[in-house]
Write a new protein. Structure first.
Length: 216
């Protein structure tokens, strides 16, 4: 039933099934670096979402956000995934401007530690895509969040032409029911090309990065 909702749901239709919360998001900083400015962002919550359920960070250039956010939000909410979305760029009046990598990793940490999310995935649209893929690398995440810090399960970069590149992050523990969640999240994250590339990238024995181009 959930998979069927992906194709049918729209943001307006989903609004009656979702709530929202306000979350302080503190961009991550490497050890010894000044702390970038925090800001309050809206977290869209599916109805009956609870601690331990999945969450997604969706980040885009301001020019891309209006077109990219609504379909991603609808698909992810339909799969019981909370959605934290924000345009890349510093908050107004901020003197220590964070980059998209710091924003993604800070949002990951705050979703896990403050909100109580389980599996966390990240989607970067446009130029933010490269930062999202970097955030899934263990050596990068460890620099910002420490060796025992939160980790992304999946990172997805969406190019201007709709091309998607999937990156495998850290496999969630067994209690997160990852084998059952993986096909549903891939269906929500995939575009018209379908979830096969996402599934291939995230299989433990598969390549770390897989790119799927839109169908003609």
């Amino acid at each position: 039933m959930a998979a069927g909702l992906i194709g049918l749901a729209s943001p307006a239709a989903l609004a009656q099934f979702a709530a929202f919360d306000l979350v302080w998001v503190r961009p991550a900083a490497e050890s010894g670096a000044p702390s970038p400015c925090a800001r309050i962002l809206v977290l869209d919550l599916p109805r009956d979402w609870m601690a331990g359920d999945a969450a997604a960070v969706v980040i885009a250039d301001r020019a891309d956000a209006a077109a990219a956010f609504p379909p991603l939000r609808a698909a992810l909410l339909a799969e019981r995934t909370a959605v934290l979305e924000f345009p890349s760029g510093a908050a107004e009046g901020c003197h220590v401007a964070p980059g998209p990598l710091a924003e993604v990793l800070g949002a990951l940490r705050d979703l896990r530690e403050d909100v109580g999310a389980g599996v966390v995935v990240a989607v970067g649209v446009g130029t933010a895509g490269a930062a999202v893929l970097d955030a899934a690398r263990e050596e990068v995440a460890a620099r910002f969040l420490g060796h025992a810090g939160a980790r992304l399960a999946v990172a997805v970069a969406i190019g201007p032409d709709g091309t998607r590149t999937y990156a495998r992050g850290t496999r969630p523990p067994a209690e997160e029911a990852w084998p059952e969640r993986l096909p549903l999240l891939c269906a929500a994250l995939a575009g018209a090309e379908g979830p096969a590339a996402c599934m291939a990238a995230l299989a433990p024995e598969g390549p770390r990065f897989v790119t799927a181009r839109p169908l003609p």
